[in-house]
Design a protein around this ligand. Sequence first.
Ligand SMILES: [Zn+2]
Length: 441
Amino acid sequence: MSIGGVERGSAGGILIRDGAVLAPEGWWKPGYVYLEQGKVRAAGAGDPPPALVEAAGRVLSARGKAVLPGVINAHTHFSQVLMRGLAGGRPLVQWLKELIWPLQSALTPEEMRLAALVGLVENLHCGVTHVVQHHKVVRGPAFTDAVCRAAQTVGLRMTLARSWADMGANPEPADAILDDLRRLYREWHQPGRLEIANGPISTWRCSVDTMQKTHALAGEFGAPTHIHVAETQEEVEMTLELFGRRPVDWLESIGVLDQRTQVVHAVWLEEGEKQRLAERGATVVHCPVSNMVLGSGIAPVADFLRKGVRVLLGTDGPASNDTQDIWETLKAAVGLARVANLDPTLLPPAQALRLITDGRTVQEGAPADIILVNLRHARAAPVHDLDSALTLCTHGSDVDTVIVDGRILMEEGRVLVIDEPALLEEAESALRHLRRRLGWE
Ligand SMILES: [Zn+2]
């Protein structure tokens, strides 16, 4: 007997039942999902058919929980896990020059490994199944390799956007950037699992020639170019001074604005720049909590959505957020869009939720990346509306179970892939050593 392609007796599948399931046509209350061999093999409303119950190797009860595709954190910097709480009172460029860049340069590969592991585990706790790591290389390939290995250990899907700057402070030679990118594609690029992307640091530290070459190289692998753009007014001024164009205009003029371009922040754009993002099919990554902590401004997200621009959310690094809680970022995105426009109708919860699911739903044939979010607690219950409960009531700590590629990485809040208490202890000890080396204590 076959149900949704599931053969009776094919043991080992995971059946999730009795939860509210985010389906293409809306919520099934309740519904069920059957996962096997890395895919959703069957899903539907009501009780699961007896044949699925029989076929399942594991049955997870999702009573009182929402069942939805794993969410995306579209921008972070794991090196900053060892820099939490250091945003205090400095504007972006001064903050980078006085704190972030010197501290980043002082890291060892082992510290980078621990920072990445903690960052990945925090994302896992929040139900993130795909994270975009805008990765500062520091010194040599060991730092990047440590982050790639950490992603394999924790089991999240990761896009590693290899950061670079060939102008300004400590520029990297263009040849070295291209050689390292080629090496990363050769050694680590695995589509859908661990993808290497081009990660120019910003529009004011990257030359035209290297931008074009790295974007073309990424194109050979269908990979994105992921870049900070117009986070602050100061950055817009610096780009104008260097290239005589505003940031998005500059990207377009050099041929680096297309469907593979991910524009991070996009706070200070003029009307024409927003239009060009829509025309070129670029993605905006909105990081509202980071923008608030650094006092950078409010990105015009409602305008982007109205123009049909694809928008995803990012927490940004822990030095400017200071958590990786994508749910907090989601609520901030809703609140900021409404207050900036004095319009409470903007970003209704079901639309807002798409900013972290990228519009994915639970359906047959989709990758088995599923999360269970507990809604039976005093901050959310009783639930009138599931989209509201997820968008406005949920914290990262409410995520109960996380499955990536059909593998349970966290169950009922317990991380199964790494000894979390030991990791946190190691990271604390590493931070003490780092502070001593920097002469901070
Ligand atoms: Zn960033």
